[in-house]
Design a protein around this ligand. Sequence first.
Ligand code: F3S
Length: 383
Amino acid sequence: MYLSREEEKFLESDNPTIKKSMEILVALGEIFEADRLIEVKSVQISGISYQNIGDAGLEWLESLDAKFVVKAMINPAGMDIIRWKEMGIDEGFYRKQMRIINTLVRLGAEKSLTCTPYYFDPPSFGDHLAWAESNAVVYANSLIGARTNRESGISALASGIIGKTPNYGLHIQENREPTLIVDVEFEIKNEAEASILGYISGEKVAGEVPYFRFKNTLPESWLKLMGASLAAKGNTALFHVKEQTPEWNKFSISGLEKIEVDIVEIKTDECEPDLIALGCPHLSEQELENLYEVVKDRGKVKREFWVFLSRKLIEKRKSIVEKIEEHGIKVFSDTCMVVSPATESYECVMVNSGKALQYLPKLRRVQVKIGSMKECVEEAFKV
Ligand code: F3S
């Protein structure tokens, strides 16, 4: 991989954090046969929950000594940093989690703590990024037309310190070409069906750049949920949708193999939910409004009901959030039902997300039921 004189100097830096960051990017570039490094507009760092990285990760982070040179954002952590006690998080966990967050802020990261960084200050078409959170990667590539590979937390951090990433994979135009057509032969009726479609087709399209043809137009939030499931099941980092996504007509699809999907049905656990959890990925403003519409004429929820969204959105829509909370629903930020150990206090969680369906049983050891937002709300008010 070609390195400029300035980039070579980073490899000889007296600062071990800068030197190590550059070594990580060079090693990655060599593995993937990148020709050079390219500048990135922003980085997004995942894997920051104390639950995931433990004391070893915390100590390593605290040993770092440099500043991010580009906009750096961080993924959800293990708790709401203000209402952690309400989530049942203990003080020891809280303190360690805050040390992780404060270290990243000392390095120059924004305390964004969201997996939907694309809703505030979104990147532009063609921007190069080094993002790690899988739903954010697939959203940025597919729905915005920005360019990012699926980074690890460490490679995104290294890119933030150096301001660059190796030029390979989805940074290169020809690698963004669709490789498989997916014809969806029925009308998608709600966001949960879109999410389940991503869940069931994830493995079938693994390693491909799928080009979807739908019978109906899917709203942005449905595509967000579908992308998150595709990424969770099949590592998908880019998809195109006919007449909907920004690069859908930039490539020829003639001669591509086709597969058909006829129905979206999955069997989830037959359990009685003791927790309803929405916001995987974190809710958009539109989804928050949709939720308000379905709860506003009802009384108090009969079951524990958590909603996750970014703190920025909570601050922007304070009054709607307060109205939703009057129904006994808890609106949390900085975390989610999957990364927070708080979910482990429950047995059966109802969600509208294929990504949560994929990870909750493994990471939080709970049973999972899936339904649309409306069905989740119905369940929450059932006696
Ligand atoms: Fe986001 Fe947590 Fe789901 S980080 S995509 S809400 S697993």
